[in-house]
Design a protein around this ligand. Structure first.
Ligand SMILES: Cc1cc2nc3c(=O)[nH]c(=O)nc-3n(C[C@H](O)[C@H](O)[C@H](O)COP(=O)(O)OP(=O)(O)OC[C@H]3O[C@@H](n4cnc5c(N)ncnc54)[C@H](O)[C@@H]3O)c2cc1C
Ligand code: SF4
Ligand code: SF4
Length: 396
């Protein structure tokens, strides 16, 4: 029988839906050598029905939507500062709790692994708050959310666009106002194995355990975000997007999941979710009067269900129209297109396989000459016209 759901590994987003779609319980998520989770099929349990592959949402393009696009910010400043962008996630989550529902989203466990949990109170919502730049394991959450919906309990599920596609592949489109789905504009997700190794390296250097981690600390402002690890004694290790090797490597696409660089299907007007959240990058140009550097969300309201949910929180959130979308695309290219893998990705994973995460090595890899620089060096002896053309090509 089967060994895997997909023959082309790079198609699998790792959403985890097939684990609960399989009627025989034959599928479990297992890490590969890069530390990403993939479905592994137990050949002894598999009956060859192929339902996993038939219902797998990878590569399927959701129906085109006509999103209503607004800028938004929760009115509570402390909540805004604790959230990655404008805090809209928490406002929607609180509204779901008020309806007697459950909220699913990504949280750290006590070993600093990121997984999707279900929340029925404010403290659990707090654990979900803030972006975690590492792939979350959502397989159990998808199964649990489907179970609650089947019992008539309202559910809000928040995750990457591919996790929402996975949830919908599991539950189908039949739950109407019981289900609210919220995704975000997605740059891609780094390897959980790499993050775990990075945390171990931090702990070894400091000689103490890491008990908390924030990828989007706003003490330096929303636009100049930094990552902060908190140790068991309350002390901190902080770095910015260019000095913290893990954050830098993420933003340079050094260890994104292979499916992320092919992820064309879940962008632009093709999100499966009711609401798509993002940072309103470019606010200083698009709406300078709104930008106090505490965080602004861009909200794409994709469906009627999404409109109802946003209306229900309008006493807690300030919204304003965003008419010109062109600058948005310039400042936030992930809205429309996937990231490209860093040319040194393979070199990173070769070294990582032997040594684990080594911050100094990451900084060295990223500071070496890149493709563009090498092209220019090689072309230095060419006539001036050729140099001009190469420079123009690199700029594109
Ligand atoms: C890996 C990743 C890449 C992103 N890339 C972009 C981008 O390129 N451009 C952009 O504008 N915005 C991006 N975002 C979204 C942005 O950072 C904010 O999360 C979003 O705007 C919501 O912010 P908020 O203030 O409303 O809520 P917050 O409280 O900050 O959001 C938390 C929500 O995000 C979910 N979440 C956090 N980490 C993960 C994770 N690893 N997997 C699944 N769900 C998670 C939580 O479940 C929770 O629902 C990305 C987020 C993540 C996690
Ligand atoms: S359902 Fe999700 S985890 Fe399973 S094979 Fe498809 S993309 Fe991969
Ligand atoms: S980039 Fe695409 S495949 Fe990768 S996590 Fe985001 S939605 Fe999923």
């Amino acid at each position: 029988m089967r060994q895997t759901v997909h023959t082309r590994k790079e198609d699998c987003t790792g959403c985890g839906a097939c684990v609960s779609i399989c009627p025989k319980g034959a599928i479990a998520m297992k890490p590969d050598e890069e530390g990403f989770l993939y479905p592994a099929v137990d050949e002894k349990l598999c009956v060859g029905c192929d339902v996993c592959e038939k219902r797998c949402p990878a590569g399927a393009i959701p129906k085109e939507k006509k999103p209503h696009i607004v800028g938004a910010q929760v009115r509570d400043e402390a909540l805004r500062r604790a959230s990655s962008s404008g805090g809209v996630f928490t406002a929607l989550a609180r509204q779901t709790l008020a309806r007697g529902g459950a909220v699913f989203g990504a949280a750290f466990d006590e070993n600093m692994h990121v997984e999707h949990i279900g929340a029925i109170d404010e403290a659990e919502i707090g654990m979900m708050r803030g972006s975690k730049y590492v792939q979350s394991d959502a397989a159990d959450a998808i199964a649990n959310a489907a179970g609650l919906l089947a019992r008539g309990i309202p559910v809000m599920f928040s995750g990457t666009p591919c996790q929402i596609a996975g949830l919908l592949a599991k539950v189908g489109g039949k739950y109407g106002e019981l289900l609210l789905t919220v995704d975000f504009v997605c740059h891609g997700v780094p390897s959980p194995g790499v993050f775990e190794s990075y945390i171990k390296a931090l702990e070894k250097d400091a000689g103490k355990r890491v008990t908390g981690y924030t990828f989007r600390d706003k003490r330096l402002g929303w636009k100049n975000f930094s990552a902060v690890a908190t140790f068991e004694d309350g002390s901190e290790h902080a770095g910015t997007q260019t000095t913290d090797p893990y954050l830098y490597g993420f933003l340079q696409n050094l260890y994104l999941r292979p499916s992320c660089v092919h992820c064309d299907a879940l962008r632009g007007n093709h999100h499966a979710a009711d609401i798509t959240l993002a940072d309103l990058w470019g606010a200083q140009e698009i709406c300078p009067e709104r930008d106090d550097d505490t965080g602004l969300s861009l909200v794409m309201i994709n469906t009627q269900r999404g409109r109802e949910a946003m209306k229900a929180i309008d006493n807690r959130v300030t919204t304003f129209p965003v008419k010109d979308v062109k600058p948005l695309l310039r400042f936030n290219p992930s809205i429309e297109k996937p990231a490209s893998a860093h040319e040194k990705r393979a070199a990173f994973f070769k070294y990582y396989a032997k040594n684990g995460f080594d911050g100094a090595h990451v900084m060295k890899l990223l500071s070496g000459p890149g493709k563009a620089e090498r092209m220019l060096k090689r072309a230095a002896h060419l006539p001036a016209g050729a140099m001009r053309r190469i420079r123009a090509l690199i700029k594109k």
